[in-house]
Design a protein around this ligand. Structure first.
Ligand code: HEM
Ligand code: HEM
Length: 227
């Protein structure tokens, strides 16, 4: 891994944990009071900013690995991302059920629409990941020529899901039931900084290949076929 990308790991971890802890401190009081809405920002922050960030960094770290170390690292990546998917689903369910309880219409605001697309991509991403993992035996059912393209699609959809999730969470803020004032501004700035660091990492080159290629061809397209 390049030293510039390695140097980003610490700030990424600090921003990721800091944003999750701040959102938890903001939302847990109303969650304890039994408000269903509180679980929406809480679980989505944990899902996108917490687990998904760590899962992507775990994936970035395993890129130079080969053989059994790579299989173990991909399994670790998959488990972290499963936790992220569970949080994202719970967060989505919380707002959907809350709107039904209050008799409100669905997906009317810009945040709701962007959030819905981010949610769909966040579901497609682990599905494509499971298809890409040779250990699960699914990718072998597809023609050889499709396999690098499927892995590339997993990487690309994952990056879009992550970035769109971050855009979605900026749109409803400041919100009186979540964060307002300076705390809100600081949280939003931290999310933007985290997004910037992650984009830098995803576009950076590791072992001669960038994680997020601009197109489906070129040296960054292929990854070890045996795994
Ligand atoms: C700080 C984080 C977040 C806050 C404070 C927040 C807040 C809200 C609020 C107040 C609503 C109800 C009003 C509306 O429909 O616009 C809502 C709805 C919605 N949010 Fe979020 N949200 C956050 C993060 C996210 C993320 C990351 C996603 C993406 C997966 C998302 C997806 C949605 C969707 C799809 C709806 C519409 C649900 C429906 O209409 O049934 N939200 N959110
Ligand atoms: C929200 C869920 C997920 C996200 C955001 C995500 C993200 C990523 C990213 C960014 C990479 C690229 C790493 C790199 O090439 O350096 C990657 C690779 C990979 N992920 Fe995931 N992942 C998710 C879920 C999963 C799951 C559930 C599995 C397996 C069951 C999985 C299996 C893989 C595999 C096999 C690779 C290597 C693909 C290749 O060789 O290019 N992922 N993932």
């Amino acid at each position: 891994m390049s030293s510039a990308i390695a140097a980003m790991q610490r700030p990424i971890q600090l921003l990721s944990v800091g944003c999750c802890v701040t959102m938890a401190l903001a939302m847990l009081p109303s969650a304890y009071q039994g408000t269903l809405f509180a679980w929406h920002p809480l679980m989505l922050s944990l899902g996108f900013l917490g687990f998904m960030t760590e899962g992507i960094m775990a994936a970035v770290r395993f890129r130079p690995n080969e053989g059994t170390t790579r299989v173990a690292a991909i399994t670790n990546h998959a488990l972290i991302q499963c936790a992220s998917t569970v949080c994202v689903c719970l967060g989505f369910y919380a707002i959907y059920a809350n709107k039904n309880l209050n008799g409100k219409p669905h997906f009317r605001s810009l945040h709701g629409k962007v959030g819905l697309v981010a949610f769909a991509l966040a579901l497609a991403s682990p599905a494509l990941g499971a298809l890409s993992f040779r250990r699960l035996g699914l990718i072998q059912k597809f023609p050889d020529s499709w396999q690098p393209r499927m892995k590339w699609l997993h990487r690309l959809i994952s990056a879009y899901a992550y970035v769109l999730g971050m855009v979605a969470m900026q749109l409803p803020l400041p919100h009186h039931a979540v964060l307002t004032g300076l705390a809100c501004l600081a949280w939003q700035a931290a999310v933007i900084a985290l997004g910037g660091c992650m984009l830098y990492v995803l576009r950076g080159r590791i072992s001669g290949r960038s994680v997020l290629p601009a197109s489906a061809s070129g040296p960054s397209f292929a990854t070890p076929k045996s795994l």
